[in-house]
Ligand binder design. Sequence first.
Ligand code: B12
Ligand code: SF4
Length: 531
Amino acid sequence: MTNPDRKKILLIMPPFWDPICPPQGIACLQAFLESQGHDVTIKDFNTDGPLFSLQKKYFTLGMEYFPRWRRYNIFRNGPRFFARHQLAFLCGRQDKALYIDLVKHILNFDQSDTCTPEAVVGLDAVLEEIAQRVQAKTQELLSQGEWDVVGCTMLETTFPSALKILETIKREKPTIRTVLGGPGALMGNNLASGNLQRILERCPWVDVILHGEGELLFDRILCEDPQQRQILSLDDLPRNTDEKTCLINVDQTALPSFNGLSLKAYLWLSTYSSRGCPYKCAFCSEYLFWQKYRQKSVEKIVNDMHELTRRYGKNQFYLCDSLINNIVNPLAQRLCETEQKVYWDCYLRIDQDCLDESKVRVWAEGGMVRARIGVESASPRVLNLMNKKITVDQAHEGLTTVARCGIQTSTLWIAGFPGEQDDDFEQTLEFFKNHHELIYQADIMEFVNLDGQPSEAGTSSAYPDAFDPLLVLKYEGLNQGVSPRERYERITRFEEMRYQLEVPNPYSLNELIEAQMRWVRLGHTKQHKFI
Ligand code: B12
Ligand code: SF4
């Protein structure tokens, strides 16, 4: 397609986002915007080894200052506070003493009150290295080409570096239009919370923030006045007449384009079979972000996988759907029938199908290697509060069946959901103990309230008001619920049990290999699978 208004667009995935598979958001945008006649380049800063390893350096140093972090599953729970610290470092150092005090509050996330000014100074040195490297990489990109628009993916963990990148761009090339888009700077991405407006107000180098599925929104801003600073959401788009939505039809979208990325750096390719989720778990933002659940036809998913394999030479896929359940049976069946073998990892809910060994065997034969399963809790009361719509018996039977079929069961757990009592958590620990041989990995996270999430008891500012001028975002905590101290105490108990039971949580290649050897030792599979 030739476009008389052809724009040169650069899209960046900022750090920190595990480079397990290529960042699909910007890959989808690249494919879509190219189909509209634009010239698009994508870059992933996370495949820069020295930069990515600075995250590890931060946590390693953090564990020296705060030894209890070793029991906090810190590589999962820490990135949130790491991001808050980075953000304060980049945008909140106008008053040195106040800044140090703020960081002490941020790093005392477990209410332990042990953070010292020395620890802040030590960790700040790592943040300085990160900022310098992000800036240098951005300048290098600017020297490689001329761009009309530069966009960054905004996740909780990438938001600080996204700001650093866009600030560098605006300073050096003020005519470039700078754009933020993606799931959000906090968990969830709520227009009503006022946080997106705060970003525009406090970061004058950000021109546009797009809220929601990105393709049509991005296309729209390319036709608008480039001087305008604004937040644009799906509500601002005209409704598509057939479906009365302004969402894309996933069955007709172009393949994600990974051109421009160094694919050697990733273990998997990424693709998806659906957008959104038909469920509404109380802690989750998936169904809010994607609005309506939509899926591709089985033929399209299979063709997409085969075509991606042909183009990029890999047949291992991270299925980046919110949830695979709605389509997993026909998809696996179809993949069993095709000659070209593919392997995949996906997010799975323990529903009735997971209890049916004849179905699960087909999933394994069709290439499902690992399932990421949100068990969350083994207390029926908490599962009910979460609106999880699974029972503990189902979790028991589902894990048994899925593991018996050789699929790696990567389980996810939540500590401190509002209303969770200590004996509820004891039930979770008991379940974990009784099922550890059916569990490939066990990742526990603290409960986090979504940005602007209403609660009967209300919310209040997570940090004293005096720090407000230093903070780009407004952080809120629930007025009632499990205290941070208690949440981390529960995580500690879970982690101690995980160490005792030797259930891995592989965050390095060596640990990944060891996890697979354990799965073989436990008799769930005869041979190692790549991850
Ligand atoms: C796959 C995945 C992972 C993989 C990442 C693999 C990889 N390298 O990509 C793994 C398992 C490693 C992972 C880990 C985590 N994840 Co995750 N993950 C996902 C998942 C399921 C799919 C991502 C994806 O590819 N989506 C499909 C693409 C097409 O969507 P997209 O990236 O959002 O892009 C669209 C729009 O957002 C927008 N867009 C994106 N970029 C840009 C840029 C611009 C300029 C614009 C305009 C628009 C735009 O347009 C795109 C097309 O519509 C999402 C949920 C989901 N369904 O999206 C969660 C999700 C991204 N993860 C999430 C979280 C919280 C995490 C963890 C932090 C959890 C934790 N505490 O450990 C860790 C982070 C670890 C780390 N430091 O990297 C949250 C992020 C919330 C937030 N606002 O930050 C999500 C949204 C899930 C959720 N609702 O909680 N995750
Ligand atoms: S099933 Fe999974 S993706 Fe869907 S709402 Fe629940 S937690 Fe979110």
